[in-house]
Design a protein around this ligand. Structure first.
Ligand code: FAD
Length: 292
């Protein structure tokens, strides 16, 4: 089925809650080509004009469920320039042109790259079921491995991203074996505010460290109130071992994941205090690979 309006989608999904939503198909396609699964009724959302809307206003970005990754990352990088590298390293141009940002969030993979970024930025999802609309902070959407706060017949309408703050530093990092088109071993995103030399707010979100993408609550608590110094960052980053017990798999060992998560936080600090380090690293890496 290919409804033309959100109302039509809501009523079709309410009547057939076992249907599978299809956006860009870059995850759904693999259910067929890799898992050889028979799919149920498919509800394609790409024909709904309203879901292609991407709005930027004083209250932030509102990115509709059918907006491609290319457009969504474009708007995110404009608002938050430090996201440029992770945007470039998400899949490849064909994947970013077909896939959607909301599809990545809905898929709920513990190693999805957009999820930690949007969680650190404090994003919320706008959900709809029948006529009922509700909002859920992204950090509360993932209940456990492959379990989400999504009722039968409920779908994502858009993701809402608060506007950038002049007093907040943002960083995002993807660690993988290849620079382009690879699955993250660890993905981290940070949003930190500092006033009078002290950390007043810290949102640290990690992928690849647990069954779901999650914030590092204990590390955040250790940072808040501490001096913005390398010593406090290193001390607080030890708490990551209390926040996460990562798995060992073919991409990385548990010890590697924990050590690199700690190192990424330290790198974030170095980049903020020694401007130019990050840009130099990115340009050196980007120059080493053919452009897209
Ligand atoms: C070659 C390749 C490279 C990739 N590289 C990366 C990468 O670097 N980083 C990364 O994180 N991912 C990557 N992916 C995974 C994939 O591209 C992303 O997860 C993408 O964002 C999925 O979006 P989509 O629109 O294609 O989703 P779809 O495949 O259409 O759907 C994905 C899931 O979300 C559900 N869904 C879709 N829309 C909604 C909605 N509005 N409400 C509720 N549920 C919905 C679908 O039912 C399905 O379960 C890659 C995939 C491929 C094939």
């Amino acid at each position: 089925m290919a409804p033309r309006t959100i109302d039509e989608l809501a009523s079709a999904f309410a009547q057939e809650p076992g249907a599978l939503l299809l956006a860009g198909g870059t995850d759904v396609g693999l259910l067929v080509t890799k898992q050889l699964r028979e799919l149920p009724t498919i509800l394609y959302i790409g024909g709904i004009g309203e879901l292609h809307a991407l709005r930027s206003s004083a209250t932030g970005l509102r990115i509709g469920a059918a907006v491609s990754l290319t457009r969504a990352w474009g708007a995110l990088v404009e608002a938050f320039p430090p996201l440029a590298e992770i945007a470039q390293r998400f899949g490849s141009p064909p994947v970013r042109n077909s896939g959607t940002l909301c599809g990545n969030l809905a898929n709920g993979s513990p190693i999805g790259d957009a999820t930690p970024v949007l969680m650190a930025l404090g994003a919320e999802l706008e959900l709809r079921r029948g006529a009922e609309v509700r909002r859920v902070p992204l950090e509360r959407f993932y209940l456990g491995y492959q379990r989400k706060d999504l009722q039968a017949g409920e779908f994502i309408v858009s993701v809402l991203v608060p506007p950038p703050r002049t007093d907040e530093w943002v960083g995002a990092y993807k660690l993988s074996k290849r620079f382009d088109q690879d699955i993250s071993a660890v993905c981290a995103a940070f949003a930190v505010r500092v006033a009078d030399g002290r950390i007043v707010s810290a949102r640290l979100a990690f992928g690849g460290m647990a069954a779901v993408v999650a914030r590092a609550a204990r590390t955040e608590r250790a940072l808040i109130g501490a001096a913005w110094s390398e010593a406090s960052i290193v001390r607080a980053s030890a708490c990551l071992a209390e926040d996460f017990t990562p798995l060992s798999d073919l991409r990385a060992s548990s010890a590697f994941r924990l050590q690199s998560a700690r190192n990424l936080l330290r790198r974030f600090y170095v980049e903020q205090t020694q401007p130019g380090v990050a840009t130099r690293t990115f340009h050196a890496l980007a120059a080493a690979v053919p452009s897209a």
